[in-house]
Design a binder for this molecule. Structure first.
Ligand code: KDO
Length: 336
């Protein structure tokens, strides 16, 4: 099931042969540190906006912040490898991507675990995260600076409710639901009751418009930003994952900075994450009306049915066997 488990072994080999970047060369442009960030998100995604408007200016005295969007420089899911090898300085990464290297990160990818944006921040800043962060730093050469809020993921389908009304996971049987391409994402699609198909984010609009897939899942701000409402007809408010991303930076880059620069980068990342979080929350609260104006049906299914199925499937899965003892209870204790 964990087809990518071997990536941890591959990492050890990289470290052993000195392939992993312990220092970064070529990352200094002129007198300034070059901080190239790659994301599969668009330039208008609130995480990208926050990084450009808040992070970049805050470090401008000593660093050039150079973002690239839509997976153009590094395809979705390849950014961590690129940072690890010293070919990239920063990314907006996900727990799902980290779970490919470190299966225990799947605890942060499980449906109905994080409760809201504040819970994500509490979990990220809690000592329970220390060993997760240390593992990523030591074994991958990547430092997780701050947690960003992507939002509550909802099921977004081409079919109208007349064709397919979704109340419980059983209604999604046979629905070809695009999910991002890692094991953790695919399992979430299965747990929802659907037939998941892996696909990069950049291909989703076309796949929806041609009918190559029946639907996709993402938070409302992403549905709007990517204009998925043009090629779909309904949104089922499952809120199955309160989704997060991490602002990640190469450990070699981090170690090359002075203590003052490190403090500035950390503060800038925290400020960008907070700004993006507030904007994303505002958007999420207002977008149902916008989507309805665009002709979309937006409704809540039987949430208890989704929650029960998803939670029990995770607890019975191989993913749960990789979760360090007691961490799920600690996460739950940090919530409401
Ligand atoms: C997606 O591919 O559906 C996803 O929402 C997954 C997230 O982890 C994140 O990478 C996001 O895409 C991209 O940044 C595009 O918004």
């Amino acid at each position: 099931m964990f087809t990518k488990l071997t990536r941890r072994a591959a990492l050890s080999a990289m470290v052993a042969t000195g392939l992993m970047a312990s220092t970064v060369t070529g990352a200094v442009a002129g007198d300034k540190l070059q901080l190239r960030l790659a994301t599969s998100g668009s330039a208008t995604d609130q995480r990208s906006v926050a990084m450009a408007d808040v992070f970049g200016p805050a470090v401008a005295e000593f660093a050039d912040y150079e973002p690239s969007y839509n997976g153009t420089i590094f395809a979705q899911g390849t950014e961590l490898d690129a940072i690890s090898r010293g070919n990239l300085e920063m990314s907006i990464t996900s727990a799902q991507e980290l779970a490919q290297f470190f299966p225990e990160f799947s605890i942060f990818t499980a449906g109905y675990v994080h409760q809201d944006a504040a819970h994500q921040v509490a979990v990220f800043n809690d000592p329970l995260m220390d060993s997760f962060k240390e593992t990523v730093e030591n074994d991958l050469g990547v430092k997780l600076l701050s947690v960003m809020y992507l939002g509550r993921r909802q099921v977004n389908l081409r079919q109208s409710p007349d064709e397919l009304k979704v109340s419980t996971p059983a209604d999604l049987a046979g629905v070809n639901l695009r999910m991002p391409g890692t094991d953790a994402w695919q399992f979430l699609g299965k747990a929802l009751g659907a037939a998941p198909t892996p696909m990069a984010f950049s291909e989703v609009y076309t796949a929806l418009s041609t009918g190559a897939v029946d639907g996709q899942d993402n938070p409302l701000p992403t549905v709007v930003d990517a204009k998925f409402y043009e090629v779909t007809n309904q949104i089922v408010l499952t809120s199955h994952l309160v989704d997060l991303n991490y602002i990640a930076i190469g450990k070699g880059v981090w170690d090359s900075m002075t203590a003052d620069q490190q403090a500035s980068v950390q503060a800038a990342a925290d400020a960008a994450a907070e700004s993006g979080r507030q904007k994303q929350l505002e958007k999420e609260a207002s977008l149902v009306a916008f989507l309805e104006e665009k002709g979309m049906a937006v409704y809540e299914p039987d949430l208890a049915a989704f929650r029960n199925q998803v939670q029990s499937m995770y607890l019975e899965s191989e993913f749960a066997s990789t979760w360090p003892a007691g961490v799920l209870d600690k996460i739950n204790d940090l919530g409401n």
